[in-house]
Design a protein around this ligand. Structure first.
Ligand code: NAD
Length: 264
C-alpha cells in the first residue's frame, strides 16, 4: 500500500532489541512503506537484529562499530553496492561508561569523556558525511538526544555534555547539507526504559518524576518517538531542518508544575 515513506530507502543505526528507540522508529517507517537497512554493533547483536529486520521485510543487516572508521566505511560501501542511493538515516547510538553515569560530573575521566564524545557525537557527523554522499536526490537525517543537554539532570553527567554537542552538530550539519536538499534534525525523547537507559543511575526515579511532572502526565513510548520520526523523515517535515524536536510529553516546558490537589 502507498504510504508516506513509499519508495524511500533508509539506514537505521542503533537497533539492539525490541525495546530500542530505533525499533519504534523502524516499525513506524516500515508501516508507512519505507525500505529499511540495519546496522548492528558486534556479532552478539546480529542474532537479535536479523529477526527484527526480517519482521519488517528487510534482509539488509550489516555490522558497524562507529569507533572503527574502517567499519563505517565498509557499512556504506556495502549499502552503496546494494542500493546505490539513500533517502534517510536514523542515528540512535550513544554510549558512556556506566560508572560515570552516576555520582558527580566533575569526576569524569578524560578517557571516558573522549569515548563518550566519539561514540555519541562524532559518529553522527562521520555517518552523516557518508550518507550525504549517497543522498543524490536530497534526504533526511535524524539523531536522538535528551533534555540533559539543556538542563542538569541527575546522573546524566558527561552524556549531557555529549548531547549538547550533538545538538550543536545537528545545526552545523543542517547548514552544510542544506544546499544539497538534505535535512538534519534531532528528537529529544523523554526517558524510556531501554538497554542504554538501564546504565543511568536512579533511572526508575527519573521516569516517575517525568510521568508526574509532564503536561501529559505520562512517559513517552518508542511508538511516540516513531510517529514524530515519521514526520521529520518524510515529506511532512520538508521545511524543517537543524531542529531539536521534543517528544517528551511536554516535560521541557514546565518550570514548576501546579499541584493537582486543590487544597495544597
Ligand atoms: P539502546 O541500548 O536500545 O540503543 C543504543 C544503541 O547504541 C545500541 O544499539 C548499541 O549497539 C549502539 N551503540 C553503542 N555503542 C556503539 C558503537 N560503538 N557502534 C555502534 N553502535 C553502538 O538504547 P536507546 O535508549 O534506544 O538509545 C538510542 C538513542 O536514544 C541513544 O542516542 C540515546 O542516548 C538516545 N536517547 C535515549 C533515551 C532513553 O531514555 N532511552 C532518551 C533520549 C535519548
Amino acid at each position: 500500500a502507498a504510504g508516506l515513506m513509499t519508495g524511500k530507502r533508509g539506514l537505521i543505526m542503533g537497533l539492539a532489541n525490541d525495546k530500542s528507540i530505533a525499533w519504534g522508529i523502524a516499525r513506524t517507517l516500515a508501516d508507512h512503506g519505507a525500505s529499511l537497512a540495519f546496522s548492528y554493533q558486534g556479532e552478539a547483536l546480529r542474532k537479535r537484529v536479523e529477526p527484527l529486520a526480517a519482521q519488517l521485510g528487510s534482509d539488509i543487516v550489516l555490522p558497524c562499530d562507529v569507533t572503527d572508521a574502517a567499519s563505517v566505511d565498509a557499512l556504506f560501501a556495502a549499502l552503496k553496492d546494494r542500493w546505490g542511493g539513500l533517502d534517510f538515516l536514523v542515528h540512535a547510538i550513544g554510549f558512556s561508561n556506566k560508572d560515570e553515569l552516576r555520582g558527580r560530573y566533575v569526576d569524569t575521566s578524560r578517557e571516558n569523556f573522549l569515548m563518550t564524545m566519539d561514540i555519541s557525537v562524532f559518529s553522527f557527523t562521520a555517518v552523516a558525511r557518508q550518507a550525504a554522499a549517497m543522498m543524490t536526490n536530497g534526504g533526511s537525517m535524524l539523531t536522538l538526544t535528551y533534555y540533559g543537554a539543556e538542563r542538569v539532570m541527575p546522573h546524566y553527567n558527561v552524556m549531557g555534555i555529549a548531547k549538547a554537542a550533538l545538538e550543536a552538530s545537528v545545526r552545523y550539519l543542517a547548514e552544510d547539507l542544506g544546499k544539497d536538499g538534505i535535512r538534519v534534525n534531532a528528537i529529544s525523547a523523554g526517558p524510556i526504559k531501554t538497554l542504554a537507559a538501564s546504565g543511568i543511575g536512579d533511572f526508575r526515579y527519573i521516569m516517575k518524576w517525568n510521568e508526574l511532572n509532564s503536561p501529559l502526565r505520562r512517559n513517552v513510548t518508542t511508538e511516540d518517538v516513531g510517529r514524530s520520526a515519521l514526520y521529520l523523515l518524510s515529506d511532512l517535515g520538508s521545511g524543517v531542518t537543524g531542529e531539536t524536536h521534543h517528544v517528551d510529553a511536554g516535560y521541557h516546558v514546565v518550570g514548576m508544575k501546579a499541584v493537582d490537589a486543590p487544597d495544597i
